[in-house]
Design a protein around this ligand. Structure first.
Ligand code: 4BW
Length: 149
């Protein structure tokens, strides 16, 4: 059953589609880049959220920016990753949403980002909204509407 079947995009809230924080792979801001790369490779994700020690959201880190730091003049210098911390290369400019935002607000956010982080009113990390979750919901609605015709 689609959440969109009887409701408008503006009536569905993100908490019906989000991945809760306990299921999201993340790294901490003071972790060495070496650890962040390990989490990214082991989880299979291209990017994951970065949190501080109190589990507040800080930003996002991805594989590409880490590999970029490893680049020496002629080869990869993996030892550089134990000397640098996540906070040195984190992307802090990705928008965040709250779990009571609408599906339409989520759709707008995932046009430019594969996922966006959800925070509560105090900035604590609440989970993520992925492009996949939004597209799946919209696809269901397209099927349902095409059967109605
Ligand atoms: O492990 C995976 N399981 C499944 N079911 N699908 C996966 C997995 N890894 C990748 N995918 C698929 C998803 O469709 O590839 C897409 C791109 O993955 P990404 O970006 O480049 O690693 C996935 O699209 P998505 O579900 O819309 O997720 C968008 C982005 O959200 C991912 C990743 O950066 C982040 N993400 C998703 N689930 C996460 C997560 N980050 C941390 N923990 C999670 N549980």
């Amino acid at each position: 059953m689609s959440l969109l079947q009887d409701r408008q995009l503006t009536e569905i809230s993100i908490d019906e589609l989000m991945i809760p924080s306990e299921k999201v792979a993340h790294v901490q801001i003071n972790n060495p880049l070496e650890h962040a790369l390990l989490v990214l490779v082991k989880s299979g994700y291209a990017a994951v959220p970065v949190l501080d020690a109190s589990y507040k959201y800080v930003g996002i880190i991805g594989k590409t920016v880490i590999l970029d730091q490893m680049l020496g003049l002629e080869n990869f210098e993996i030892e550089k990753l134990s000397e640098m911390k996540v906070k040195e290369v984190i992307d802090r400019n990705i928008p965040t949403l709250t779990r009571d935002c609408t599906l339409l607000e989520g759709l707008n956010a995932v046009i430019d980002h594969t996922f966006v982080c959800l925070v509560d009113k105090d900035g604590f990390f609440d989970g993520i909204l992925t492009r996949r979750a939004i597209l799946k919901e919209i696809k269901k609605n397209i099927y349902i509407n095409s059967y109605k015709k």
